[in-house]
Design a protein around this ligand. Structure first.
Ligand code: GDP
Ligand code: ZN
Length: 461
């Protein structure tokens, strides 16, 4: 395929002073050569592929210097888009990077649409759709761990799994076809029936496994919604502050996401926490007081993790017990704070109420026990994951929806067999399962869907 040459500002992962102007397409090198001046006078069209060069970007009309740069040159097809790619690394601020982009546009490049680089990679056969979506997740990934999930998917693990499943379905479909074409062979029908049950059960199981990981994938990408609760003065704000201070706060820069609650992201040992309504806690000291009992119940219900703070230097009160009751069945870590003061709380009684929740003792004032708390949080969510390091995490809501539909379709197949439904009807659900899975990797997807997906991408990727 052939496309015009596109350009955009593409900021590298994470923050940093460097910004990149990326060019992709047939004319990428020629356009860059119009602007680039190396100390030796060498042109980019003469240099080897996958090399980096120091030099300056000038306005070709005036030879006025715009920016000092490092330019990477990567020739097709060993590039992300499978086209010639030039990346101009500018270390200057946003003004100079925009200037360089403008010069590239003047020299004949077209401003890329959001996601267009990734779209080209897809259209040029470099990546499949689920990989393209993984790139999108990668752009949005808020922590290293979430990034690994996205990367794993990019390597095509999910695609490979889905492809294998589809292949299996295809084989069953082939068997069924034989049965429909030669209904007079009794043994064929029997065999088809057996194979159908066997394979459909297997595929159903595999889909369930994938769906089970979906929750985890979602957690990793979005952050665990975490709520700190406790009576006034037990140390909620102190806890929040030490979590934010100890851990690099995660900056979110996703445009267009409106949130009705104010959130703060922190990365605790690889676990992204989304501390919900923390601003509220900070301002009025009390989430219940600020948003009312009803609303705070809702917030609690939606929380993935509750940090319940108690005061060690005070009695275990009726109010404390009510907080335990309000969070029954949820993931709770109990924090007994102010251990620097003489203990008054009855720890055994707390233990009774805590059931199997973890209890951590802290003195936030003296910065004691915060490590234990962080370890408890990480343990809680990564215990299962470490041994399952090889698993594919489904972290994309479109994938999850399709997997659910595919799961439903394969259940229909199994039900059909149970009810003695004619095999050519069963065949329809089987084919549907195959199609739905194909949509995940972009095989049977409509053009309009592709456009919709790629338009969500950030500019310059
Ligand atoms: P909140 O009302 O639950 O948000 O509690 P704060 O975090 O505002 O803390 C209430 C008071 O307790 C403040 O004066 C804190 O300095 C103090 N405090 C917090 N943690 C500790 C602790 O571990 N030990 C002691 N002695 N005081 C603490
Ligand atoms: Zn407070």
């Amino acid at each position: 395929m052939e496309f015009d040459t596109i350009a955009a500002i593409s900021t590298p992962m994470g923050e940093g002073a460097i910004a990149i102007v990326r060019l992709s397409g047939e004319e990428a090198v020629a356009i860059a050569d119009q602007l680039f001046r190396s100390p030796s006078g060498k042109k980019l069209k003469e240099v080897e592929t996958h090399t980096i060069h120091y030099g300056r970007i000038v306005d070709p009309k005036s030879e006025e210097i715009a920016e000092e740069v490092m330019v990477s040159l990567m020739r097709a097809p060993r590039t992300f888009t499978r086209e010639d790619v030039v990346e101009i690394n500018c270390h200057g601020g946003i003004v100079s990077v925009n200037r360089v982009l403008q010069l590239a546009l003047n020299a004949g490049a077209r401003l890329a649409e959001p996601g267009e680089f990734t779209k080209r990679a897809f259209l040029n056969g470099r990546i499949d759709l689920s990989q393209a979506e993984a790139v999108m997740d990668l752009i949005r990934a808020k922590t290293d761990r979430a990034m690994n999930v996205a990367l794993g998917q990019m390597e095509g693990r999910l695609s490979k799994l889905i492809s294998t499943l589809r292949q299996e379905i295809l084989e069953v479909v082939a068997h069924v076809e034989v049965n429909i074409d030669y209904p007079e062979y009794d043994d064929v029908e029997e065999m088809t029936h057996r194979i159908l049950v066997e394979k459909a059960t297997y595929i159903k199981g595999e889909l369930e496994k994938l769906l089970q990981t979906a929750q985890q994938g979602k957690i990793l990408r979005e952050g665990l919604s975490t709520v700190i609760i406790g009576r006034p003065n037990v140390g909620k704000s102190s806890l929040l502050n030490s979590l934010v201070q100890e851990n690099k706060a995660i900056v979110t820069d996703i445009p267009g996401t409106t949130r009705d609650v104010i959130e703060e992201y922190v990365n605790v040992r690889g676990v992204p926490l989304r501390l919900v309504d923390t601003a509220g806690i900070r301002e009025t000291e009390d989430i219940v007081e600020r948003i009312g009992v009803e609303r705070s119940r809702e917030v609690l219900k939606k929380a993935d993790l509750i940090l319940l703070v108690l005061n060690s230097a005070d009695d275990f009160t009726e109010e404390d017990k009510q907080l335990f009751a309000a969070t029954e069945g949820m993931d709770v870590i109990v924090i007994v704070n102010k251990t620097d003061l003489p203990r008054k709380i009855d720890i055994d009684e707390v233990r009774q109420f805590a059931h199997n929740h973890q209890i951590v003792t802290t003195s936030l004032l003296e910065e004691q026990g915060i490590d234990d708390l962080e370890r408890a949080i990480a343990d809680m969510f990564f215990k299962g994951q470490i041994e399952a390091g090889d698993m594919t995490y489904v972290s994309n809501s479109r994938h999850i929806a399709l997997l659910n539909q595919a799961h439903q379709a394969i259940e229909e197949v199994l039900n059909g067999i149970d009810f003695g439904t004619p095999i050519d009807i069963i065949q329809i659900d089987l084919t549907r399962t195959w199609e739905l899975l194909g949509e995940i990797i972009g095989d049977t997807v409509q053009e309009s869907l592709i456009n919709q997906l790629f338009s969500q991408f950030c500019l310059g990727k």
